[in-house]
Design a protein around this ligand. Sequence first.
Ligand SMILES: [Zn+2]
Length: 444
Amino acid sequence: MYIPTIIVAVIACKLKLYLPVSFRKKWIATGALWMFLSCLLLFTSNNNNTGRFTLHEDVYPVNVVYNCGFAINKWRHSQQYPVLSKNFTFKAHKDVRSSKREIYVLVIGEASRAENWSLYGYPRETNPLLAQTSGLVVYKDAITQSNTTHKSVPLILSAASAEDYSVVYTHKSILTAFKEAGFTTIFLSNQTPNRSFTDFYFQEADHHQNIRCSPDGGMTTVNNFDEAMLPLLQHYVDSISGNLFVVLYTYGSHFNYKERYPEIFSLYEPDNVANVKVENKVQLINAYDNSIRYTDNFLYTLIGMLRKQEVISALFYTPDHGEDMLDDRRKRFLHSSPNPTFYQLYIPMFIWFSENYQRDFPEKVGYAVQNKPKPVATNAVFHMMLDVAFIQTPYLQPGLSLVSSDFQTRQRMYLNDHDKPIFFYNAGLKKADKQMIDKRKLSH
Ligand SMILES: [Zn+2]
């Protein structure tokens, strides 16, 4: 409101246009009164989103200056990452060696929300194949630590967490930990590089390939379905001997949903919609559900590939965050909003163990099952994957590993816009979100 006023005032000063003294006096008094009332309101009310109030985060234009400084600082730190992380080592080693080959796969989904997975109670059968897959342990009370891709994926791939985010600036990723323990690492991506730490981690892998980037190295992207990564993976599995650690970074259910699956997966129709409008909600949900069903098929096929190898194997799946789908009166859509919603936070998460793994390491599988009802967040992934593969490093926290008897139930934190941890329940969730949290019996 006051920016146009300031501009008009500056112009008036320049042009030497003076208002009458009586007029100015009247408006000084009115302005002072408004300022007094504003200050009263400011200091008598809390920020109703987070329950706390700070001058630098909540008062305009102080927050603009602060946010600019914050962003520049982050950018500078990110630029220094190659230097700051250069000598970092996990001091990782494998303490249990198996007679068979081992292949561990981490699949990162995109914008996949638990609400639309039939494994999580959704009435439409969106997971018909995973539902009949043996060796699956599904975590029903799982949430993400961030509703933005560029922060959530590095949180999944590194020892960083909402509570300790700053380690992303100096630590390497899980790929390096596996490498140090003697694994050959592979990173296949179907996502456009986004200049986040994910890009640095991608480069850490022994073999990395991005199928979304134009083959000529140009700026255009190629819309491949996630399944296009599978023949590449098969090639690496066949051509490299020894133990493998694989990250598959899928495009999952990213908008525009209709473009995420081949025509044959248009099971729920009509699904041909490009515009986000409340009138198109039915089509949007149909297309979204088709994309989840396609993910179900993708994961099932991948598990089938691993089964065929007859190796010791495990696969962990988690998306980076969920998605809003015009769910309630707020009519919110997509993700990455300043304050998350229940639908953006609540995600599907599971681990699959091959028969060989189950036979050789029943103890780990037993703990995975034992920890099934416990509340979990994406901060468990790094620790769990290393623990599944019997990799030891001082950075592994057994309290965060779902395959450990030491796994601890803890307050789950959300990484806010200012990279600070905040109890997810207080991260700006509204009444409608809290009702859903209670309905789905999520721990808080
Ligand atoms: Zn995302």
